[in-house]
Structure formats: structure tokens, C-alpha cells
Design a protein around this ligand. Structure first.
Ligand SMILES: Cc1cc2nc3c(=O)[nH]c(=O)nc-3n(C[C@H](O)[C@H](O)[C@H](O)COP(=O)(O)OP(=O)(O)OC[C@H]3O[C@@H](n4cnc5c(N)ncnc54)[C@H](O)[C@@H]3O)c2cc1C
Length: 239
């Protein structure tokens, strides 16, 4: 595993009921409030989850990379970036540390009739892209474009006989998604191609506009999601 992507295994008997049907689904990870060790389950006030003292709980969204219903285990790959609560927790987590999982959220339903696929994203999308790749038919061409802020975030992708994979190093002062956007703009998109992209919210918004407005790609052929938002805690779509 890469030092920028930490793989953690979560266990517990309740994971028996976690069934993930499609690739690129999501789960929500509840962590102890920063600076504490105790996991307090928040309650829903009709609008948001809150801790008993009114503070917001630490809940973040991740891709359920692998679920093993026999051992009641779930694996998450968590990106190590500067200053996030989950990112910091992942770097120092020890066996037995408490955390809770809820979900799953909807994944990506692959259109089996699609002639080709384009998958793009940043580090946070690597687990989802890997899962989609594994689920794609071997006879469909698939291009993968991944932007990494640190070269050591690169990990081996699953094999696919018709895969073309490109990795892009984000230059030090560039905005997240700049090289991904350039890759989408330069891409040769086959007629009928299905597009799946996830990354920083503003970057994927540019990508959406380019695909739908400049290229006229039908919205039904694309899934483009903000996975995090620059300068804001939580994920980009607030989903
Ligand atoms: C459906 C879905 C699936 C996801 N799957 C994964 C996954 O498998 N693995 C994964 O690591 N993330 C995944 N994410 C993204 C993850 O939820 C966010 O990156 C989240 O903000 C991380 O929480 P944090 O506590 O580390 O940082 P936060 O406390 O949320 O944010 C603190 C600061 O860090 C910045 N920040 C957050 N994420 C990043 C980043 N990746 N790079 C640089 N700066 C960042 C924020 O803009 C903010 O300024 C997914 C999101 C969604 C919606």
C-alpha cells in the first residue's frame, strides 16, 4: 500500500448485514470527537446528526473497498492529506480503536450495453475506480485517468485486458483537479462512452460543464461527483 493511502480493516458482528451491491458505493465513518477516545453515537434531530452536547459528530464518507461478510470485516482506503480529522485518525489508528460504520450508500450501476468507459478521479477516487475496473466486462475498452497530489499515492490497479491508464502528478501550486480537467478535455471519447469521475468539488464542476456543455454528452451517460471540497470539512456534494 502507498503511504498516502492507508488501508484500514474494520470489524464487528453488525457488519454481517452490510451488503454492497454495486462498485463505488459509500459508507459513513463515525469517529470519536477530535481529542477524545470515546465513540458517542449521535442522534438525528430531523435535520442533522448531533452529539448530546450539541456538537457536530465527526462523520466522513468513504468507499467500502472490500466487505467480507464471513469475517465481518470491511476495508477502507483513506487518503492521507494535510489536516483532516479522518486522515489524521487513519495515520495513528491502532487495533481496537473504536469507530462506527453506517450504510451503504448507492453505488455505480454499470451499463452492460455501453461500448466503452472513461474513469477519472483523484486519490480519493482510487478505491472506487479499482472496484469499477474489476466489475467491467473484459471486452470493453476502458480509459483511466488519475491525478495524484503526491507521486507515492499511486497504487497498482486491477488488471483489465483493454485498460489504458494514465497518472498525472499535480504540480505543487496547481489547484486540485487541474490535471484531471486537462485530461478530460484532451480525451478522445468514443460515441456512447460512459463517464465516471470523482474528485474535488470545484474541479468536477468544471468537468461536468465541459462534458455536458462543450461536448454535449448526455447527462444519463455520466456520473460526476464531488468527493471533497477545498477548504471545507466533509465531502464535496454534502451528500
Ligand atoms: C461517495 C464518496 C466516497 C469517498 N471515498 C473515499 C475513499 O475511499 N477514500 C478517501 O480517502 N476519501 C474518500 N472520499 C472523500 C472523503 O470523504 C473526504 O476527503 C473527506 O473530507 C476526508 O475527511 P477528513 O476528515 O480527512 O478531512 P476533512 O476534515 O473533511 O477536511 C479538512 C480539510 O482537508 C481538505 N481535504 C479533504 N479531503 C482532502 C483530500 N483528499 N485531499 C486534500 N485535501 C482534502 C478539506 O478541503 C478541508 O480543508 C469519498 C467521498 C465520497 C462522497
Amino acid at each position: 500500500m502507498s503511504p498516502r493511502l492507508v488501508r484500514l480493516t474494520f470489524g464487528g458482528p453488525d457488519l454481517e448485514s452490510l451488503t454492497v451491491e454495486h462498485p463505488a458505493a459509500s459508507v459513513r465513518l463515525l469517529l470519536p470527537y477530535p481529542g477524545t477516545q470515546e465513540l458517542i453515537v449521535p442522534s438525528w434531530n430531523g435535520n442533522e446528526f448531533l452529539l448530546p452536547d450539541g456538537r457536530r459528530p465527526t462523520i466522513r464518507t468513504f468507499t467500502p473497498r472490500r466487505v467480507n461478510p464471513e469475517t465481518f470485516e470491511l476495508e477502507l482506503d483513506i487518503v492521507i492529506h494535510g489536516g483532516g480529522v479522518a486522515s489524521e485518525w487513519a495515520q495513528t489508528a491502532e487495533p481496537g480503536d473504536p469507530a462506527a460504520i453506517s450504510g451503504p450508500g448507492r453505488g455505480y450501476a454499470i451499463d452492460r450495453d455501453a461500448p466503452a468507459f472513461f474513469l477519472g478521479g483523484d486519490e480519493t477516487a482510487i478505491p472506487a475506480i479499482s472496484q469499477i475496473l474489476k466489475a467491467l466486462s473484459a471486452d470493453r475498452p476502458v480509459q483511466v485517468h488519475i491525478e495524484v497530489a503526491h507521486p507515492d499515492a499511486r497504487i497498482a490497479l486491477p488488471d483489465h485486458p483493454r485498460l489504458t491508464a494514465e497518472w498525472y502528478d499535480l504540480p505543487p501550486h496547481a489547484s486540485s483537479g487541474d490535471t484531471l480537467f486537462a485530461a478530460v478535455r484532451a480525451a478522445d471519447l468514443e460515441p456512447g462512452v460512459r463517464v465516471w469521475v470523482a474528485g474535488e468539488a470545484a474541479a468536477v464542476q468544471r468537468i461536468r460543464r465541459h462534458l455536458f456543455e462543450d461536448r454535449g454528452l448526455p447527462r444519463s451517460r455520466a456520473s460526476v461527483r464531488g468527493y471533497w471540497k477545498h477548504g471545507r470539512r466533509g465531502n464535496g456534494d454534502d451528500a
